[in-house]
Write a protein that binds this ligand. Structure first.
Ligand code: FE
Length: 278
């Protein structure tokens, strides 16, 4: 059995997005990991860093996933969905042919900590109808392991399935907490892209124990299993894996398509008010 090793570290850099929200972006500022397009972490006790939120804006051609550890956000979209995202919950939004939504903090003070990642859709699904799923904290199973716990948002861990299943990229999305020196292991299908993102503490990854510290995306080699051990301060990390699409990616801001022409069409549709037309 081959254990995946840590082959590249993508640091996160401070960026500002939306109406001035301070983020740390790892994937998506200089590199993608097919089918993952972007990973942002937002973590602040200072309302100036998040209060402006993300007023109405469009997306086409991919899915956006938001996962909250602390704090509250409200999602509203052109389909009339209103979602209340709170600590421990998630939102899985399929932009498909088009969605216009806002993501605004529901608090004026206190800590906000969470993540958003973008996962691409295959060409055949980029123009499917938009959909949105609000996942409450109690809908995300937590499995106790020796020295820690695993929350399952998408895919499976051991015998436990998360609420998100059946997508063509077969995503696995886990939030793992480990006490110092404890280990974690998970099988991942051959050929799937996989990476780890510690948001607290540090990890030693794979047979050679290469170190991955917090707020960095650690890209994994091919192999049958992921194995990692928490460093001296323990670890809390996201594990993300999915089947790569192997298709051309042409991105213009919130539009991610396969060709330049499809991007021109998205811009024209947005301008003409038909981005979201059925
Ligand atoms: Fe958005």
């Amino acid at each position: 059995m081959t254990i995946r090793s840590l082959i590249q570290i993508i640091p996160s850099i401070p960026v500002s997005d939306g109406a001035g929200v301070k983020l740390r972006r790892s994937l998506g500022h200089s590199q993608r990991l097919d089918p993952f397009l972007m990973l942002d972490e937002f973590a602040s006790d200072n309302p100036d860093d998040y209060i402006a939120g993300f007023p109405p804006h469009p997306h086409r051609g991919f899915e956006t996933v938001t996962y909250m550890l602390e704090g509250e956000f409200e999602h509203e979209d052109h389909l009339g969905h209103k979602g209340h995202l709170r600590g421990g919950g998630a939102q899985w939004m399929t932009a498909g042919r088009g969605i216009i939504h806002s993501e605004m903090p529901l608090q004026e003070s206190g800590r906000l900590h969470g993540f958003q990642f973008w996962i691409n859709l295959p060409a055949a699904e980029k123009m499917k109808p938009a959909s949105y799923r609000d996942i409450q904290p109690e809908d995300i199973p937590t499995v106790a392991i020796t020295g820690g716990s695993v929350k399952i948002v998408a895919g499976r861990f051991d015998d436990t399935a998360g609420p998100i299943q059946g997508l063509s990229t077969a995503p696995l999305f886990l939030d793992v907490r480990l006490a110092a020196g404890h280990g974690f292991s998970q099988a991942v299908p051959a050929g799937h892209t996989a990476f780890l993102y510690p948001y607290a503490g540090s990890l030693r990854v794979g047979d050679d124990g290469r170190e991955l510290s917090a707020r960095q995306a650690g890209v994994l080699s091919q192999g049958e299993r992921i194995a990692a051990t928490a460093g001296p301060a323990g670890a809390a990390f996201l594990l993300l894996a999915a089947r790569p699409l192997g298709e051309p990616v042409v991105q213009y801001g919130p539009f991610v398509m396969n060709t330049r022409e499809e991007i021109e069409q998205a811009l024209a549709d947005y301008r003409d008010g038909t981005l979201t037309a059925a």
